[in-house]
Every structure is written in C-alpha cells, then in structure tokens.
Design a protein around this ligand. Structure first.
Ligand SMILES: Nc1ncnc2c1ncn2[C@@H]1O[C@H](COP(=O)(O)OP(=O)(O)OP(=O)(O)O)[C@@H](O)[C@H]1O
Length: 192
C-alpha cells in the first residue's frame, strides 16, 4: 500500500450563501479511520468532496498524500453495460480486476446491466471497484445506504482490512458503523 496521509486544517465549507461548518481539523495517518456523523443536510457529503479535492474550501486547507478512492451515491459504473463489462472498464486504469465481486455477492450478476441492479447491489459493485482501485485514501459517503445487515458487517470488515493494510478511511454516515479505534467527528460541533 502506498504511504498515505490526510489532514484538514481550520476547514470551512460554504454551499450557496450558507457556511455549513468552520474550524474543522482532522489528521489521519496510514492505518487510521474516521467516522463523520451528523444529521441530514449538515454537510457530510460536502466535507467528503472537500477532502477529495472536488470542491474548494471556503477557508482552511486540505492536504492529501495518496490517491483517493471515492464512493458516493453514484456507483461510477456505466449504467448501460453489464456489470462484468462495467467493472472491466476500470481494469485498465486500476491494473487489476475486481476480485472482490464474489465476496460482495455479485458473482452471478456479471451479465446484468448496471441500471437493473438493486440499490444495494450497485453499492456493492462500487465497493468492488473501490477495492480493485487500490487507492490508499478511502473517502466513503454513506457507504451503508441500501445495504442489508450482512453487507453492513462486510463493509465494516473491509474498512478494517484496508486500514490494517496501511490505508486510511473517512466514512461519512448517519447510520451506526463499527470502526474500532476510529476517530469521530460530529459535524454539529463545527456548525457555523
Ligand atoms: N450546490 C449547492 N448549492 C447550495 N447548497 C447546497 C449545494 N449542495 C448542497 N447544498 C446544501 O448544503 C447542505 C449540506 O449538504 P450535504 O449533502 O453536504 O449534507 P449531508 O450531511 O451529506 O446530508 P445527507 O445526510 O442528507 O446526505 C444542504 O443544506 C444542501 O442543501
């Protein structure tokens, strides 16, 4: 696993004419995880986007060393392709195939177009691609949405394995997720 590090300093986020949060500090080294918690609309997705470099902070800085792997509400897979081919598209970038499809219960779905997959199956597929990507910095926005109880436990295990292998993870979720030893950020504590 490539060396990784993620930090945010005095971070503030504005969406539209509203400042959502300010004064947020975060430091994650290889092997560490953080859960970002908070009510709907408080700014969890916005924080993930700042950490991913997809949006500019209103104030403060983000420093990231290591490629980011982002999972959000869009699976990042061509909806018109069968799942197997949609995942294969990423192989040329990732340099490896999505070997976790079996573990994620997708083994029988290779011929099913992505648009026909259920919500939970799409989320599982996004996680299969995330693992294949091999990025050290995982930024997971509501990764449990649509997942059944077994899949929730699997995500908890996969995140723990990723961190044990030297990766790091930020998990934004309004649902409980077991991340032993993880930091926790309550976004309401930074409400502007
Ligand atoms: N492009 C935008 N312009 C203006 N406001 C926005 C924009 N995008 C999001 N917002 C607002 O920013 C706030 C935070 O949104 P965000 O999606 O980060 O919240 P969240 O904590 O992830 O919510 P949820 O738990 O419902 O997913 C919301 O009030 C939302 O309406």
């Amino acid at each position: 696993m490539p060396v990784c590090h993620l930090s945010a300093t005095a971070l503030a986020c504005r969406r539209g004419d509203r400042v959502l949060f300010r004064g947020l500090d975060l430091t994650l080294q290889a092997g560490q995880a953080c859960q970002v918690a908070g009510a709907n609309g408080i700014g969890k997705s916005s924080l993930i986007r700042l950490l991913a470099g997809l949006a500019e902070p209103f104030a403060g800085t983000v420093e990231r060393h290591g490629e980011a792997g982002l999972v959000d509400e869009r699976p990042g897979l061509d909806p018109h392709l069968p799942l197997g081919r949609a995942l294969a598209f990423w192989e040329r970038f990732d340099g490896r195939s999505a070997e976790a499809v079996g573990r994620l219960g997708l083994g029988d779905l290779a011929d099913v177009p992505v648009r026909f997959l259920s919500t939970g199956q799409k989320k599982r597929a996004a996680l299969a691609r995330l693992i294949a990507q091999g990025a050290p910095v995982w930024l997971l926005d509501e990764p449990l949405n649509g997942l059944d109880v077994d899949a929730v436990a699997l995500v908890e295990t996969i995140v723990a394995e990723h961190c044990a292998a030297g990766g790091l993870a930020v998990v934004a979720s309004h649902q409980p997720i077991a991340l032993p030893g993880a930091q926790r950020i309550e976004l309401r504590d930074f409400a502007a």
